[in-house]
Design a protein around this ligand. Structure first.
Ligand code: AHM
Ligand code: MG
Length: 333
């Protein structure tokens, strides 16, 4: 049996671009290194007594867990160290970090948005959590970053991916030429190619939504959820309901088995709960690259022009046929 590590895979991909200087390779290596460190911390969380809250609240007004802070630190540190980035933004910081202001000569051309530890409210219960990342190239050429750099839509991402710290740790990413998944082999400390050319099954039988918000959903979404519960042999309904409450874990299950995830707008979150730049855009990029769909219900997620770093959007994402069915309900109601 032959094993291909993430490092080997990236170098092989790079040979197709003889003009490449290895900057992107170093960027991905930094992400992979930080992911391994977070994997280590997540796995020893109980032992090291680092569970529980730190007592701070982040910019969203949510309590930070210690591991959020660790993960944020490791990713920031690894990304700053490789000097390939000009801008870093994390869910855990109110403002992005403009590295051109720190050292304009050392700043690289990549902008990275990330959620260092998504689903962190689940950590205490030993439920899978994840890291999500989104990479852009700056457009402006002057010394400082310009608004044109920040208003790129999700389609302009040069790469995006996620890491799931689950029963095994996996890194899944795309550079716009399909999606590949790598599983961490802790015995050798390497991510190994385990899921080449990942495709989301066109249809699934799992829907994933926080149904306690049902009364707050639009009629179209309510009707769709009723449809999921109807008995119909031909379409294999009722579908199963699975909601982990950890976006990466819910999304990853649907990637592998087929399914749909919905976080529509609610009274509490009139624009949806999930954040565009470091949760929805990267997963939408992966979904489309894997043959799935990601929409607000009205427009593709990847077409949204961002206006704020922490902006939120409704998200409906997953298997093509299932998302198209929700869209049908939306047009009808
Ligand atoms: P977080 O970034 O603060 O961890 O919040 C995002 C999480 C997602 O992982 C998950 O899909 C969602 O919040 C769950 O929200 P809810 O508890 O409202 O269902
Ligand atoms: Mg998050």
């Amino acid at each position: 049996m032959s094993i291909q590590t993430l490092e080997q895979f990236i170098s092989e991909q790079q040979t197709q671009f003889p003009q490449a200087k290895g900057e992107f390779t170093r960027l991905l290596q930094a992400i992979s290194l930080a992911a391994k460190i977070v994997h280590r911390e997540v796995n020893k969380a109980g032992l090291a007594d680092i569970l529980g809250k730190l007592g701070n609240t982040n910019v969203q007004g949510e309590e930070q867990q210690k591991l959020d802070v660790f993960a944020d630190h490791y990713f920031m540190d690894a990304l700053e160290r490789v000097s390939e980035c000009c801008y870093l933004a994390s869910e855990e910081h109110e403002d992005g970090i403009d590295l051109t202001k720190r050292n304009k000569y050392a700043a690289g051309k990549y902008m990275v948005y990330f959620d260092p530890l998504d689903g962190s409210s689940n950590i205490d219960a030993n439920v899978s959590v994840g890291t999500i990342f989104s990479i852009y190239k700056r457009i402006s050429t002057g010394e400082e970053l310009q608004s044109v750099d920040f208003s790129q839509t999700g389609r302009e991402q040069v790469a995006a991916g996620y890491v799931i710290y689950g029963s095994s740790t996996m890194l899944v990413y795309s550079t716009g030429k399909g999606v590949n998944g790598f599983t961490l082999d802790p015995s050798i400390g390497e991510f190994c190619l385990s899921h080449p050319r990942l495709k989301i099954p066109e249809h699934g039988k799992t829907y994933s939504v926080n149904e306690s918000n049902y009364n707050q959903f639009s009629i179209a979404v309510k009707q769709y959820l009723q449809y999921c519960k109807e008995i119909d042999k031909d379409s294999n309904r009722p579908y199963s309901s699975r909601y982990i409450g950890s976006l990466v874990a819910d999304f990853h299950r649907n990637m592998i088995q087929g399914g749909i995830f919905l976080y529509p707008d609610t009274f509490q979150y009139p624009n949806g709960k999930l954040r565009l730049m470091y949760e929805c855009n990267p997963l939408a990029f992966i979904a489309e690259q894997a043959g799935g769909i990601a929409t607000t219900g009205e427009n593709p997620i990847l077409d949204i022009i961002p206006t704020k770093l922490h902006q939120r959007t409704p998200l409906i994402i997953g298997s093509k046929n299932m998302v198209e069915m929700v869209e049908k309900f939306i047009v009808e109601f």
